[in-house]
Design a protein around this ligand. Structure first.
Ligand code: SF4
Length: 409
């Protein structure tokens, strides 16, 4: 059988070789372990961004002030990016501290920050109130600023090539913990920390839910965060199109997302067009197969009219074969034209893993084949590679340090 045949059935390599000392965590039936429910852990204190505008008014009244003060606090938080009571001089001095403490409790403490030499990328490591660690990455591009946010501390999807997946799920993040990543990034931009501004009033224009966690496994809180991001009167007033919600393929949640009245950009992290390989690479594929995930993605396009993105990490000798590009193009074209865009991205390897990015000529050939088949395809850059860019790596490094420190102590 030739390399270009779409029906080659030789067994793929094991996704993480046992020689690395790694074994896939499995459930009682021997299938890769999937954690849909977070272990019971204390959620953070309730914050303004967890509440609807009506609930915020009620909360202000509970704290002993007239309801209209809620709007003032919203303005400080969503437009001035501050949680500092001292800066809110339009609030009455008496009761101000209590009001701000009650509405804007501290959610994220910056532990570390890594920056590229050019200063156009910052990776933040945040500690949550219970000590859990998460990351966000802020990237400046010509004409836009993108923030990659985390939606869970850890992740229960157990993808073997992903640093976050190795550690399992610690807990879901609250809506406010998700929104706070954006507010803190905006504060950093306003303070000039992301290099020279292109214009005054710069802020995050694009959000991608591609940090730690599977966003659709924390559906309600992620949607509350998205509503706050796009709310022009009581939130950050961002464009819904600028918000990308991604998933490894939780089909019922994709259908639910399609039924929401918020036209966010939807991205399916596919990484393999055939079940044979995807079963190993993306354990959720044992629940919902490639065709089901693609049907749901197509359904999203039909419901919203928004073109869907297919994310595809190119991993050397794993999923980067020419025949897989052809098979992907066939499966996408079978579902119509003009509904989808493919974003291959060379893998940012997990330290210690033998898996690495595809060679440049292989990347080019993969993209060429898809484009030739009529599927718009753009190779994405691996911004952040020089600062431990793969999701979960900064956390892994920090935890290694903590372990080393406690061993030394
Ligand atoms: S690749 Fe995404 S879904 Fe898979 S384990 Fe990592 S964070 Fe979770």
């Amino acid at each position: 059988m030739t390399e270009s045949s779409p029906v080659r059935t030789t067994r793929p390599r094991q996704v993480r070789p046992r020689a690395e000392g790694w074994t896939q965590r499995v459930d009682a039936e021997g299938k890769p372990l999937l954690q849909f429910t977070a272990p019971k852990r204390g959620m953070p204190p309730v914050h303004l961004a967890d509440l609807t505008p009506e609930q915020r008014v009620e909360k202000v009244k509970e704290l002993g002030l007239p309801g209209f003060r809620a709007k003032q606090v919203e303005k400080h938080y969503f437009q001035h990016y501050t949680s500092d009571a001292a800066a809110m001089t339009d609030l009455p001095a008496s009761g101000r501290e209590e009001l701000v403490a009650g509405l804007l409790p501290r959610l994220l403490t910056e532990v570390r920050r890594l920056e590229t030499d050019r200063g156009d990328t910052i990776k933040f490591l945040w500690r949550l109130h219970d000590g859990a660690l998460v990351e966000s990455v802020l990237m400046r591009y010509p004409g836009r600023i993108t923030l990659c946010v985390s939606s869970q501390a850890g992740c229960g999807m157990n993808c073997p090539f992903c640093a976050t997946g190795q550690a399992g799920l610690t807990r879901n993040m609250s809506a406010a913990e998700i929104v706070e990543q954006v507010v803190r990034a905006n504060a950093a931009i306003r303070a000039g920390e992301l290099g020279p501004a292109e214009h005054a009033d710069e802020r995050v224009t694009n959000i991608v839910f591609m940090g730690m966690g599977e966003p659709l496994a924390n559906y309600n809180r992620v949607m509350q965060a998205v509503r706050t991001m796009v709310d022009k009167d009581h939130g950050l007033g961002m464009s819904a199109r600028g918000v990308t919600v991604s998933t490894v393929g939780l089909v019922p949640a994709i259908n639910k997302l399609a039924a929401e009245d918020i036209p966010v950009t939807f991205a399916l992290s596919l990484h393999a067009p055939d079940d044979h390989l995807r079963d190993e690479m993306i354990p959720i594929n044992s629940r919902w197969k490639v065709d089901e995930a693609l049907d749901a993605a197509r359904g999203y396009f039909e419901k919203t009219g928004r073109r869907v993105s297919i994310e595809y990490a190119l991993i050397k000798d794993m999923n980067d074969h020419a025949w897989r590009a052809d098979l992907l193009a066939t499966k996408l074209n079978e579902r119509g034209r003009g509904w989808v865009h493919v974003n291959p991205i060379p893998l940012n390897p997990t330290p210690g893993s033998v898996w690495t990015a595809s060679d440049k000529d292989v990347q080019r050939e993969f993209v060429r084949r898809l484009n030739e088949a009529g599927i718009p395809t753009t190779l994405r850059d691996t911004r952040g590679k020089e600062i431990d860019g793969a999701c979960g790596q900064l956390v892994a490094t920090e935890e290694d340090r903590a372990v080393a420190a406690s061993a030394a102590g």
